[in-house]
Design a protein around this ligand. Structure first.
Ligand SMILES: [Zn+2]
Length: 507
C-alpha cells in the first residue's frame, strides 16, 4: 500500500474498518488478509576492541549494565566469515530461509507510544492499510484500540481487532544509505521506536481481553538475526570478549528457535517473552560486539539428533551444572526437558570470577519458615502446613553432585520434600510482615548447603550457595572464563551440552 492511498478517502466507521474520529465518510475496504512483512536487516561486522572485563558484579541478567538504546545501527562490513569446521552443514537446511520471531515486548498494558518513523502504516485483517503520523499514542478503551497522533485524525479499530504497525520507509526523514551501510530493501532504514526503544521489523498490537478490559499486548516481529544482538546486549556485560558473545549467540539462537517452533506448533500468538522468562531482549542495539558475534555465527545452532533443543543457560553454574529434568516438568508435552545435552554432567568450569560463584546469606528460623509456608500455600504444596524449620538437607543429587531435591524438616517431626528450584523460590517468596528480599538476603541458586546458626546467636540458618540461576546448560561466567583463555566459541558451547553438535540451520 503506497502513501498515495491517503488521498483516496477516509475509512468508514463500520466494523472491520479503522475509523477516523470526525471523518465518517466511508472508504473502500480491502478484505484480503495481509501477511505481516518481516524486515531483515543485514547484521553488522566490525573488528571489536576486546577489553577484558574486570567488573565482578553479577546479576541474573546483565540488563542493568546495558548501554542506552540505540538510535541507529552502524554497519561497517558485510563480509560473512567462514564457519568453524565443527559446524555441520546439512544436506537440506533446517529452515528454508532465515526465520522470523515474535517477541512479546509489552503485556496487558493500556497505553503505549510509537515515536517514529514519521509515517506508520497500520493494517488489520480484512481492512485497508492506513497511514498515520508518528508520534502516536495507542490506547485501549471500550470501543477498541485507538491510535492518537500528535497531528492529524485518530484511528479507531473495533474491539478484538489485532493491528499491525509497519514503518513507512518512504516517509522516513533519514533513510539514505551510505557506502558502509547495506540495507535491503531501502525501506528497512525506517525502524520503529516504541516508548524510546527501537525495534526492527513490525509491531503487532493485540487485544488482551482475556487478561482484562482495555488491555493489549505488543509483539515485535522481526528476523531472528535482527533479534539476537538485542538479546546479547542484555545478557552479557558490554566489555566481555567477542568469543563469549559468539557462544552466547549460538545458545540464544538455539533456545529461541526451539521455543519458536514449539509455540507455533501449539498455535500461540507469540514466540518468546522479552524477559528472563525466556531471554532478555532490549530492542535494537549499537553494541558492536553483539552485532559482530551474531553475524560471525549466522545460522549456527546446537542440535541433538539433528534438531535444536531447548538450550537453557544461566548466569553462574558455580561449578556444578544443573539438570533440566530436575528443574522443569518432564511429563506429557515437556519431554524436551529430558534431552541428554541439558542434563548436568561433570566438566571443568571457569566461572570463579563471578561475584556469586560462592555466597552466603543468613535467615532467621521464623523468616525461612514463614516464607516456605507462604510458598506452599501459593502453589498448593503440602509444605504449606510446615511449622518451624529445623533442618534442610539434600535428598537427591544429580550427576555433578548438585542437589536436585531437598528434605525440609520441622519442629513437629515432619519432613517435606521440595525440588531445588521449589526451595529456592520458596526462600525468596514474599510473606506478610516480612521484609522484602534484597540482593543481600536473596537465595541465588538451588545449589545450597544449609546449616543452623551457631549456638548463642539468634535462631536461624546460614545458607551457603554456589552460583546464580538454575545452572542448566551454558554458564555465562564460564563463557567469560573460556573466552579469556582464548577458547573459540564452537569449542566453548560443546562443553556445556554433552552429546550436542553444531549445525548451520539456514544460509
Ligand atoms: Zn560456570
Amino acid at each position: 500500500m503506497s502513501p498515495s492511498h491517503r488521498s483516496s478517502g477516509r475509512p468508514s466507521t463500520k466494523r472491520h474498518t479503522p475509523s477516523r474520529r470526525g471523518n465518517p465518510r466511508k472508504r473502500a475496504m480491502n478484505r484480503k488478509a495481509r501477511r505481516v512483512a518481516v524486515f531483515a536487516f543485514s547484521p553488522a561486522m566490525m573488528v571489536a576492541a576486546l577489553v577484558l572485563c574486570g567488573i565482578a558484579l553479577t546479576v541474573w541478567s546483565c540488563s542493568s549494565f546495558d548501554p542506552a538504546p540505540s538510535r541507529r545501527r552502524a554497519v561497517v562490513n558485510t563480509e560473512t566469515p567462514a564457519m568453524p569446521a565443527a559446524v555441520v552443514v546439512p544436506a537440506a537446511p533446517l529452515y528454508p530461509d532465515e526465520p522470523d520471531i515474535r517477541v512479546r515486548i509489552k503485556q496487558a498494558v493500556d497505553t503505549a507510544r510509537i515515536d517514529g518513523p514519521a509515517v506508520l502504516m497500520l493494517s488489520a485483517q480484512g481492512m485497508r492499510p492506513t497511514p498515520i503520523s508518528a508520534p502516536v499514542t495507542i490506547a485501549s478503551g471500550p470501543g477498541g484500540i485507538r491510535f492518537d497522533p500528535q497531528t492529524g485524525d485518530s484511528l479507531q479499530y473495533p474491539e478484538g481487532i489485532t493491528v499491525t504497525v509497519q514503518p513507512s520507509g518512504n516517509a522516513s526523514g533519514n533513510t539514505t544509505p551510505t557506502t558502509t551501510i547495506t540495507i535491503t530493501p531501502p525501506a528497512h532504514a525506517a525502524i520503529l521506536q516504541m516508548d524510546g526503544i527501537q525495534y526492527p521489523g513490525t509491531l503487532i498490537i493485540r487485544p488482551a481481553s482475556d487478561v482484562g478490559p482495555n488491555r493489549f499486548d505488543v509483539i515485535a516481529d522481526m528476523s531472528i538475526e535482527d533479534y539476537l544482538p538485542g538479546v546479547l546486549a542484555k545478557e552479557l556485560f558490554p566489555k566481555w570478549p567477542l568469543a563469549a558473545y559468539e557462544a552466547q549467540a549460538v545458545c540464544a539462537r538455539t533456545y529461541a528457535l526451539f521455543v519458536r517452533d514449539l509455540d507455533r506448533a501449539a498455535g500461540h500468538f507469540f514466540d518468546v517473552e522479552n524477559t528472563q522468562s525466556d531471554q532478555v531482549f532490549g530492542g535494537a542495539t549499537t553494541n558492536q560486539t553483539a552485532l559482530t558475534a551474531v553475524r560471525n555465527t549466522r545460522g549456527a545452532v546446537l542440535t541433538y539428533q539433528g534438531k535444536p533443543f531447548k538450550a537453557y543457560y544461566s548466569s553462574t553454574c558455580g561449578g556444578r551444572a544443573g539438570s533440566a529434568a530436575d528443574v522443569w516438568p518432564i511429563g506429557k508435552g515437556f519431554e524436551y526437558n529430558l534431552a541428554p545435552p541439558i542434563q548436568g554432567t561433570v566438566h571443568d568450569h571457569y566461572c570463579q570470577q563471578a561475584r556469586l560463584y560462592r555466597w552466603e546469606v543468613i535467615r532467621s528460623t521464623e523468616d525461612l519458615s514463614r516464607r516456605i509456608a507462604a510458598w506452599g500455600k501459593n502453589s498448593g504444596h503440602q509444605v504449606r502446613a510446615i511449622g518451624l524449620v529445623t533442618s534442610i538437607s539434600p535428598e537427591k543429587l544429580n550427576a555433578t553432585g548438585r542437589p536436585a531435591r531437598y528434605f525440609v524438616g520441622d519442629d513437629r517431626g515432619r519432613v517435606f520434600s521440595l525440588s531445588g528450584e521449589e526451595l529456592r523460590v520458596a526462600c525468596n517468596v514474599g510473606a506478610e510482615g516480612l521484609p522484602a528480599i534484597t540482593p543481600q538476603t536473596r537465595v541465588n541458586s538451588n545449589d545450597l548447603e544449609v546449616t543452623p546458626s551457631p549456638v548463642g546467636t539468634s535462631p536461624g540458618f546460614i545458607i551457603r550457595g554456589r552460583g546464580f540461576g538454575h545452572g542448566v546448560g551454558m554458564c555465562q561466567w564460564c563463557l567469560k572464563g573460556l573466552a579469556d583463555r582464548g577458547v573459540p566459541w564452537d569449542q566453548q558451547v560443546l562443553i556445556f551440552y554433552p552429546g550436542a553438535g553444531i549445525t548451520r540451520a539456514y544460509q
